[in-house]
Design a protein around this ligand. Structure first.
Ligand code: A4P
Ligand code: MG
Length: 198
């Protein structure tokens, strides 16, 4: 546990199967996790793959309030990835669901297996575009701020709006978390489905 609840941003990605269903399922599982309160979600973007050739991704960012330390949050995220059938193949390869810890309050961590802020987030429009919907001035790796990053230079055009903000299941906030008053933006069900798009 950290001393007090902090705001955590998680990056979600999926490029296999029912991509929107997987992102929605990940949010529902996070919201059911004791110690985590899902407070806000970004809209969903369809993004060109970074890494080896593979299908396009859907990406979104989720805001969570938690008193859990970064390592515990990563463990919970990995457990949800495993429960959802994530198979770990080649690095940057296709996946049913990826849940990355982007930011954990103002923490700066550089340990084997955990680097926060996420070391590649400032180079990736598929992270920054949804994150900026939730946090106007994020802390970036190496103490950079948004002014140091040019979105056009990192392929902003490879990121296309795909669906409204991911739904947060009603009444499903984690038991130990204390979301800020007035920061709870619940949204309706996403209208778009994978089926509508194919
Ligand atoms: N790890 C260290 N720090 C963190 C952190 N802050 N959050 C370690 C999450 N994990 C962290 O992760 C590999 C290792 O990173 C883990 O052992 C963890 O302890 P992984 O999820 O098993 O594998 P990965 O995701 O393939 O590796 P990596 O290096 O995290 O890849 P990225 O940087 O997440 O990139 N293109 C588009 N358009 N959209 C995407 O979402 N994602 C990737 C994956 C590639 N291309 C993409 C997308
Ligand atoms: Mg990952």
């Amino acid at each position: 546990m950290t001393a007090r609840p902090v705001r955590v941003y998680l990056g979600l990605g999926s490029n296999l199967g029912d991509r929107l269903g997987h992102l929605t399922e990940a949010v529902a599982r996070l919201a059911r996790t004791p110690g985590l309160a899902v407070t806000r979600t970004s809209r969903v973007y369809e993004t060109a793959p970074v890494g080896p050739p593979q299908p396009d991704y859907l990406n979104a960012v989720v805001e969570v309030i938690t008193a859990l330390d970064p390592k515990s949050v990563l463990e919970l995220a990995r457990r949800i990835e495993d429960e959802m059938g994530r198979e770990r193949g080649e690095r940057w390869g296709p996946r049913v669901i990826d849940i990355d810890v982007l930011l954990h309050g103002s923490a700066r961590i550089d340990e084997p297996g955990l680097t926060v802020p996420h070391p590649r987030m400032h180079e990736r429009a598929f992270v920054l575009v949804p994150l900026l919907e939730l946090e106007a001035d994020p802390v970036l790796p190496g103490g950079r701020s948004l002014g140091d990053v040019r979105l056009e230079a990192i392929g902003r055009s490879d990121v296309r709006l795909f669906a409204p903000a991911l739904p947060i299941p009603p009444g499903a906030t984690g038991s130990n978390a204390r979301p800020r008053a007035g920061n709870d933006r619940r949204v309706g069900r996403a209208r778009d489905t994978e089926g509508d798009r194919s």
